[in-house]
Write a new protein. Sequence first.
Length: 301
Amino acid sequence: MATSVMLKGIFPPLPTPFTVRGDVDFDGLSEDLEKYNETGLAGYVALGSNGEAVHLSIDERTRVISTISRLAAGRTVVAGVNELSTGAAIEASHRAADAGAHAALVITPYFYKGSMSQDILSRHFNEVADHSPLPVLLYNVPQNTGVIIEPSTIGALSRHQNIIGIKDSSGNMGAISDTIRLTSDRFSVLTGNGGILYPSLATGAVGAVLALACVAPRPTVELFEAVRQGEHEKARQLQHRLAPLSHIITAGLGVSGLKAALEFAGFTGGAPRAPLRQVSEADRERIKAVMRDTGFFPGLE
């Protein structure tokens, strides 16, 4: 199955906002998209790890994808497929296509992680790609799943016409470099770790899916463009300024920290869904201090 979808640039994995009653805040999501559309982002990821897909019903997931697709203004929409069985992943890819997505971000099955050999992972992704109406983006996020797709496996999977790339959130530069070496120019390697955005791009990654881009979209896009134009010193300086913010809203405080940072940046944050909880007031002040230090949020001075 050939595809014309090419992934390149910066994609934010959009968080799912909730109202005080705990319902999905579609108005807030829509308002955020109108703001993001003015920042140079290449597209959007719906229902990634930061989208709390595992906390949403199937109907809510479908409506989130359709809302983002409707308001993306021609940008590429990638829908997270977070199912743990091959059949369910295929079904989810069909629902995502019906909701308007352009590609599916398919996570590694992880519940039976002890059985997830490279051969089993290869079979799973090949079968999903065989039957998905959307081109498939592999999702390697071992810090959440405990499962790693090895570069050699990715290299073999990249030969499938309907597997177009990978989001690698491992933070392992050696593995990312190997993946780039073992795959063709047709295959898009995107980093999912803001702490290594510049080195990943300098090594040959063609973009990123970053929580950092949800909070600081313009500077993140600016870093990407600086690398593309060969302005490496500018890119390095942007990396140094952005890295602490990336750390505190990902490895540091996770989804709850990201949502607090979004509020400070003028987007809709709100509370995460239980069992996740909002960050403490002390952590909110830590986030605010890190954001001030970047120099990208003059309203916080």
